[in-house]
Design a protein. Structure first.
Length: 407
């Protein structure tokens, strides 16, 4: 153990196995450990996606089952993604992280952005110890928060906390890993040119995806002749789901009852969206938040997947894309992110439509429903892209190479 390089992976929100949420850094920590590093994953005792504290039993179970150390630091509970209490929560977490880092020795620190403050604290500690510091950019704050609260001048003042800490974190980084090219280049917006840059999509574990689908063989029925269009993810303000529901209604009015619509997941707008769906006359189903394997099985049984984003959504290449592509189905993308729109066209696995236009979305769905050959071709290309660009078992090795280079 003494000869092993010790790495601290610092992140406010990390899903443990069996929890809701994103597990990018949990998987990366596993991979680091498997490649001979002494790893400590430092995160919060509050589970962001479930909005509740982990029990002592759950935390002990996570520590016991992980092939690396896990440290859970205390933070305040909060109820909404955008509220003052969340800022206070992350300030406390950053303070506790500073104390913890100061009490231990590391050879490199790898920190998630966001939270920007936590990353800045991690970077300051790395600088004080003259060790490499890496930021992993998975979302843009405060840009994402402006989807909920965007008031001229007032929002700038409220969110200045995030912008100041983002610039601080990036200015301290020796390398930046982005889950898209746009996120990789985010430091440039702050006038910071980080020495080393790398793009690694969030992706997924393709072997786990395939085995999870197999575990649901025979349990998920799809009547012959039905055509499923499926969205999976959060039901919230960033996602253009009311347009999806409206488009479903327009298609139902044309007598196309064989087309069914599935909205997998949960979120703050679910009740409102369900009420809107009832008025359309379309067969729109809300299975809710599902275990990963069941969600994957739904995607594989579907005929089209929907990457639904509103016009002002700041998201780039989001985490669900890996699962959509792994399912091997054509994708309809309503996001306006230039990088991803270009990828959809260049790689040929789907079609781009503008958000907020139910007629255009309905036309895109009908065109695919009436062209099985196009669906097959796009689906095959989607699966190929999943295997070559989104499979964590391969793509995350580039992150391992980066760590070795810095050490």
């Amino acid at each position: 153990m003494k000869d092993m390089k010790r790495i601290a992976v610092v992140a406010n929100d990390v899903a443990m196995p069996g929890e809701k949420g994103l597990g990018r850094l949990y998987y990366f920590s596993e991979l680091l450990a498997a490649n001979g590093f002494d790893v400590e994953l430092i995160t919060a005792d509050f589970q962001h996606w479930e909005k509740k504290y982990r029990t002592s039993e759950k935390m002990e179970e996570a520590r016991r089952n992980a092939p690396f150390r896990i440290t859970f630091l205390h933070e305040l509970a909060y109820n909404k993604n955008v509220e003052p209490k969340r800022i206070l929560s992350y300030r406390l977490l950053a303070k506790n992280a500073a104390k913890h880092l100061a009490a231990h020795e590391y050879d490199l620190i790898y920190a998630l952005v966001p939270d920007n403050h936590l990353a800045a604290v991690a970077g300051q500690h790395a600088q004080s110890r003259s060790i490499p510091f890496v930021t992993d950019v998975e979302d843009l704050w405060p840009e994402a928060m402006r989807m909920v609260l965007d008031i001229p001048v007032i929002s700038d003042v409220l969110f200045s906390y995030f912008t100041v800490n983002a610039k601080k974190a990036y200015s301290l980084a020796d390398a930046v890993v982005g889950s898209s090219d746009e996120y990789r280049d985010e430091p440039l917006k702050y006038g910071v040119n980080v020495p080393k840059k790398l793009t690694v999509y969030v992706g997924n574990d393709l072997q786990k995806f395939d085995s999870s689908v197999k575990s649901f063989d025979g349990t998920l029925e799809k009547p012959e002749g039905e055509f499923w269009v499926t969205y999976a993810g959060t039901i919230g303000t960033s996602y253009d789901l009311f347009t999806f529901v409206e488009a479903a209604g327009k298609i139902a009015n044309q007598g196309r009852s064989e087309i069914k619509y599935l909205i997998l997941g949960d979120g703050p707008q679910r009740a409102e969206l369900e009420e809107a769906a009832k008025k359309t006359g379309a067969d729109i189903r809300f299975p809710g938040f599902l275990p990963f394997g069941e969600m994957a099985a739904y995607l594989v049984r579907s005929d089209v997947t929907l990457n639904s984003l509103v016009e002002k959504a700041p998201q780039s290449i989001v985490s669900k894309i890996g699962d959509y592509l792994a399912a091997g189905k054509p994708m309809i993308n309503t996001g306006l992110n230039k990088e991803f729109c270009a990828k959809v066209e260049a790689d040929g696995f789907g079609v781009n439509v503008r958000p907020g236009d139910a007629d255009v979305l309905a036309d895109a769905i009908l065109l695919l429903a009436d062209d099985p050959d196009a669906c097959r071709r796009m689906g095959e290309k989607a699966r190929t892209i999943a295997e070559t660009q989104f499979d964590r078992a391969q793509t995350y090795l580039h992150m391992i190479d980066l760590i070795r280079e810095l050490l």
